[in-house]
Design a protein around this ligand. Structure first.
Ligand SMILES: NC(=O)c1ccc[n+]([C@@H]2O[C@H](COP(=O)([O-])OP(=O)(O)OC[C@H]3O[C@@H](n4cnc5c(N)ncnc54)[C@H](OP(=O)(O)O)[C@@H]3O)[C@@H](O)[C@H]2O)c1
Length: 265
């Protein structure tokens, strides 16, 4: 019996496998990966020495945990294939954006525990924040397994499932917002005469420092901002310009757009 089967061996599956092996949560021989793309399986087997199978059914049948790592549009087809294979002693973990535990349960024959998780892109380097919600049949064993797996990739927050799409708009899409901000700040630095690599290093280092300040001090961002904003100084001039450009309204709109899209999938 394998500990975990990955159905879909793409970018996210690879990030999770790397995290599990790195943390010693599983050994390579306890992992099996299936994918429709043989070249993908060859690569993942060469890089991580895990077992592979071209058959989703065969992979799922031999594991305690079945992690669905296909795109949301392929989920229904994959569950159709696995419906008769999955059994209550196993647990299903889905990372497919926008797909509810109820939807997944409705496509499975028995009372199989179903867990929905949304990790994010920094999972690639073990710095994800993942949100996790539970379906009707989840027991303590399945819950502990899911928390253990995603704990290998970074932070994990348990949330009510009705908040998953809103969380997606923050942490799922969020890395792209911060990449855009870093790029925009670096461009503005170039306009002021800095070389791009210096401007980008300053932007990224500042983001990292500011995030650590928020996390480690436990202070509200507004309070930290006050602490670096002197009267009539440069920072308040910059903040005024950002407010005039509508930075807050832009984020309200951006998150609403992401939320709407997550609901449509
Ligand atoms: N990337 C992220 O940052 C991120 C973050 C959170 C959650 N997610 C979720 O993670 C899931 C996977 O995303 P990803 O970025 O890893 O996608 P991906 O790289 O495209 O990986 C999906 C893999 O599944 C394969 N596949 C497609 N249909 C299949 C089937 N019927 N049976 C077995 N394998 C099949 C794909 O092969 P082909 O390429 O040949 O189709 C591909 O190798 C998505 O549901 C996404 O919503 C992703």
């Amino acid at each position: 019996m394998k500990r975990i089967a990955f159905i879909g061996g793409g970018k996210m599956a690879e990030a999770i496998i790397k995290g599990l092996l790195g943390a010693g949560w599983a050994q390579a021989e306890e992992i099996v990966v299936s994918d429709i793309d043989r070249s993908r399986l060859e690569k993942i087997s060469a890089d991580y020495k895990v077992n592979t199978s071209i058959s989703n059914r065969e992979a799922a049948a031999q594991a305690e945990l079945v992690l669905l790592a296909v795109k949301p549009q392929n989920l229904e087809e994959v569950l159709g294939e696995l419906a008769e294979t999955l059994r209550p002693g196993q647990a299903v973990i889905s990372i497919a954006m926008g797909k509810s535990t109820m939807f997944i349960e409705s496509l499975i024959a028995g009372e199989v525990p179903v867990i929905r998780v949304m990790p994010n892109n920094p999972a690639m380097i073990g710095r994800a924040i993942s949100v996790i919600s539970y379906g009707r049949f989840v027991d303590e064993k399945a819950r502990a397994s899911a928390l253990g797996i995603f704990g290998c990739l970074g932070d994990v927050l348990e949330i009510e499932e009705r908040h998953q799409d809103a969380a997606m708009a923050i942490s799922g899409c969020g890395p792209a917002y911060f990449y855009l901000i870093a790029e925009a700040i670096a461009d503005a630095g170039v306009k002021l005469g800095l070389h791009r690599d210096l401007a980008l290093k300053l932007a990224v280092g500042t983001m990292l420092g500011a995030s650590s300040m928020m996390r480690e001090s436990g202070m509200e961002p507004a309070r930290l901002r006050d602490m670096v904003t002197s009267p009539a100084g440069s920072t308040i001039m910059a903040l005024e310009a950002l407010e005039e450009a509508g930075i807050r309204a832009a984020f309200f709109k951006a998150l609403e757009a992401a939320y709407r899209r997550a609901k449509e999938v």
